[in-house]
Design a protein. Structure first.
Length: 273
């Protein structure tokens, strides 16, 4: 379990990215932090592995303050996946994945063998192991990034808008892969995105943020969609417009659901007619 208690972050230039933030992130679930630019979501994520230290407040992992942990050792014990994969361009795929285990003292031969297994886990052909990142597609690079994040077998996996730079088809594939990995590996995942649809798809717990990391609402996708806590949340998730504002329309072949612009969004199955 990860817990934030009254956490604030003010940068040297005076910008206050996080203001009195408190949240419990449950173990073995996916918590998604979602908000527009400037909402503090990436700052919150990076405080978990001490890439950014809080100005005040407490962050604990399983009851222990992260400030009691060596920052480097802490980072190596937590998986981290970022946008554009962040792969080392001069390392082959297999060595990118094996990097953290080697730094943690795992013999290189053993780390490389484990890296091959992780390529299987994230759905990549082992033939890609000897390629360089520049020889991979964007989607393949992101899968390697996920494999590297899992290489130290962390209990916690941080994902900072990891699919924002790939095309919609590949993004949908990677989202489904993330759901499968969480189901199979049972990690505590903290995922950052600005896309509410992605948040609702992936999150067991969704945290909608306003500026300064103020929590507008926290809950499951169903809880938030069925009962928005404020006009801000209702507008942010689009319950009054677009594909969430659905109505029933009669057609010669039965009832269909249409969105606010009159576009077909689905059909009503027999049990709901």
């Amino acid at each position: 379990m990860i817990e934030f208690r009254s956490v604030s972050k003010q940068f040297p230039n005076g910008a206050r990215a996080v203001d009195d933030f408190s949240l419990v992130i449950p173990s073995r679930k996916t918590t998604v932090l979602v908000g527009s630019s400037g909402s503090g979501k990436t700052t919150l994520l990076r405080m978990i592995n001490r890439m950014v230290d809080p100005t005040s407040g407490v962050i604990e992992i399983d009851g222990e303050s992260i400030l009691n942990r060596d920052p480097v050792k802490l980072r190596r014990s937590i998986g981290y996946v970022m946008q554009n994969s962040g792969l080392l361009p001069h390392f082959k795929v297999i060595d990118n994945v094996a990097t953290v285990p080697v730094l943690n003292g795992v013999p290189r031969k053993q780390a490389r063998a484990q890296a091959l297994e992780l390529l299987d886990t994230v759905g990549l052909d082992r033939e890609l192991a000897d390629r360089y990142p520049s020889q991979l597609s964007g989607g393949q690079q992101q899968r390697v990034g996920v494999a590297r994040g899992l290489a130290a077998n962390p209990n916690i996996l941080l994902m900072d808008e990891p699919f924002g730079a790939v095309d919609p088809i590949v993004r949908a594939e990677l989202q489904q892969e993330t759901i499968r990995l969480q189901r199979d590996l049972d990690k505590t995942v903290v995922f950052v995105t600005h896309d509410i649809d992605e948040a609702f798809l992936l999150g067991d717990q969704v945290v909608i943020l306003e500026e300064g990391a103020k929590i507008a609402q926290v809950g499951s996708p169903t809880e938030i969609m069925s009962n928005p806590a404020s006009d801000f949340v209702a507008d942010f998730i689009g319950v009054r417009q677009g594909k969430r504002a659905l109505t029933i329309r009669e057609t010669p072949r039965g009832k269909i659901l249409v969105d606010s612009e009159g576009r077909a969004a689905g059909v009503l199955s027999g049990e709901f007619l």
